[in-house]
Design a protein around this ligand. Structure first.
Ligand code: KIV
Ligand code: NA
Length: 265
């Protein structure tokens, strides 16, 4: 695939090729991720935690999401860019949801949007899709509703909630979403959902029976180090490596070792 589109993702599922997705919030990181060959870059509202240091994803604004997304879009040549609609930018009514989605598309150049929820936001999703904007769904653990649930534990462990999740997934496919993120649900249920759908299901903490995986980049490269969920595989320990580098710099500055003769004019 020269350039990944929403159509390529559906083809990848049909061909049994798994989809690789990670978060990106800035130009420099997006450039590395895109060159490495990631299929999808998610400008997640997790930027609220990772970039801004908020405890939840609720405070980040539409303007801030557009700033992050436009930085990412300027870096990419191949990946599909998905941008989260932040809390408060789509829940009031379908018109507001469409206005927010249009702002993201016009002002950031992103290729698609993602929003959290199923039947509750059906009319909003339909309206956005009718405007020609591709929509990725997000079910299971939906961090924008954290205050309703109170915890970030595994979702849909009980039969009733599992059935509702399956119905919501089928609904999202029926109305035209191009993919769905499933966050922190039992692997067995996630596989059942992926098997029932033609559109790809991309999991985070949803096991290996789905069509692709997503993680928060800063977690998987170990820049954050106080977050240890079972689903997280760390590919680097950048927290330790960077701390070492910064300490060496401090020591070199204090001792007068930096800059050397060769590092000055
Ligand atoms: O905002 C985010 O990073 C996300 C992923 C965890 C799916 O929505
Ligand atoms: Na998100």
């Amino acid at each position: 695939y020269k350039r990944i589109t929403v159509k390529s993702l559906v083809e990848m599922k049909a061909n049994g090729e798994k989809i690789s997705m990670l978060t990106a919030y800035d130009y420099t990181m997006a450039k590395i991720l895109d060159s490495a060959g990631l299929d999808v870059l998610l400008v997640g509202d997790s930027a609220s935690n990772v970039m801004a240091g908020h405890e939840t994803t609720l405070p980040i604004t539409l303007d801030q999401m557009i700033y992050h997304a436009s930085s990412v879009v300027r870096a990419i040549e191949r990946a599909l860019v998905v941008v989260d609609l932040p809390f408060g930018s789509y829940q009031s009514d379908p018109k507001e949801a469409l206005r927010s989605a249009i702002r993201i598309m016009k002002e950031s150049g992103g290729h698609s949007i993602k929003l959290e929820g199923g039947r509750e936001i059906k009319e909003s999703i339909k309206r956005i899709l009718n405007a020609g904007i591709p929509v990725m769904g997000h079910l299971g653990l939906t961090p924008q509703s954290i205050y309703k649930f109170g915890t970030y534990t595994v979702r849909a462990k009980e039969e009733e909630e599992a059935e509702k999740l399956m119905d919501d997934a089928l609904l999202l496919e029926r109305i035209g979403c191009f993919a769905i993120v499933l966050e922190k649900v039992p692997a067995k249920l996630a596989k059942k959902v992926a098997d029932a759908l033609t559109i790809p299901v991309i999991g985070i903490g949803a096991g290996n029976g789905v069509d692709g995986q997503v993680l928060v980049t800063h977690d998987m490269i170990g820049m954050t180090h106080e977050f240890h969920p079972r689903f997280l595989r760390r590919y680097l320990d950048l927290y330790a490596d960077m701390t070492g580098a910064f300490k060496n710099y401090i020591a070199d500055v204090k001792s007068g070792d930096f800059p050397s003769d060769k590092e000055q004019y």
